[in-house]
Design a protein around this ligand. Structure first.
Ligand SMILES: [Zn+2]
Length: 261
């Protein structure tokens, strides 16, 4: 969406609150099972934990609680930031990608999942987890990372988890919005569009499930320019990689690219 900055994010959250929605973290939503005026707010921290901390501080100043899912990779697994966000009252979760890391080996992926989850739990209580959708370069499994829960049906209970953020959120209708949906299929071209839609729909019974990546909501114009440049470089190289990979059996799963990140 055009116009993604921390400042427009602040306007968006204030609009949601003015429209009488209540904002829920994932674990809170699972526990309370509300039916009306619901916005479930989730953040996948894919690359920049520092930006997640800024977003959490902003949300705290607006009186909002949400869920932050962190990947277990060196540049994201920042113990002090994860601890701080948890101590601020936010839900901290594990953004796993173990089937990709294990090249599709299920027993290995499940064992790695348990180990990485333990590392998170040394820092904060983790009640829910969320599948990360690697794009092209780090994608080493042809399905989705949450397939481990289909392979091992008792995995949630075994790990004392309440939910997987894609598989266990369907008990009431939620309209899914993400800042990572490809521009052509995103119903909202700009943050302003989304704000207007929420203002217009405040009388309707629409519940939202929002996924925003903190790294895509920069502080200002300079950061915004850097993100645009990085996106252009990323999309160009991803396109080239896909072209070069054709015929080599590399994954090209469209669901992964559009709905999971
Ligand atoms: Zn992700």
């Amino acid at each position: 969406m055009k116009g993604q900055t921390l400042s427009s994010y602040s306007n968006l959250i204030q609009t949601i609150l003015r429209a009488d929605y209540k904002i829920y973290a994932v674990d809170e939503y699972i526990r309370e099972k509300p039916e009306k005026n619901v916005v479930v707010l989730r953040h996948d921290v894919d690359v920049n934990p520092h930006q997640a901390l800024l977003m959490a501080k902003l949300e705290r100043s607006l009186g909002v609680k949400s869920t932050y899912y962190f990947r277990y990779i060196p540049r994201v697994f920042n113990e002090s930031i994860i601890k701080s966000i948890g101590e601020m009252g936010f839900e901290v979760g594990y953004h796993y990608e173990t089937l990709d890391k294990s090249y599709g080996n299920f027993p290995e992926a499940i064992s790695l999942f348990k180990n990485e989850l333990e590392s998170f739990r040394k820092i904060a209580p983790v009640k829910t987890v969320c599948s990360h959708g690697n794009v092209v370069r780090n994608k080493h499994y042809s399905g989705l990372n949450y397939d481990i829960f289909k392979f091992s049906e008792n995995l949630l209970e075994e790990c004392n988890l309440k939910a997987e953020a894609y598989l266990n959120m369907l008990f009431s209708p939620l309209v899914y919005l993400s800042d990572s949906i490809e521009r052509t299929s995103n119903p909202f071209k700009s943050v302003e569009d989304l704000i207007r839609r929420i203002e217009m729909q405040s009388e309707d019974d629409i519940n939202y499930y929002i996924l925003f990546h903190p790294c895509l909501w920069p502080n200002g114009t300079v950061d915004s320019f850097k993100i645009k440049l990085k996106k252009t470089i990323f999309h160009t190289s991803a396109k080239m990689f896909r072209l070069l990979s054709k015929g080599r059996g590399c994954d090209n799963n469209s669901a992964q690219k559009t709905s999971l990140n």
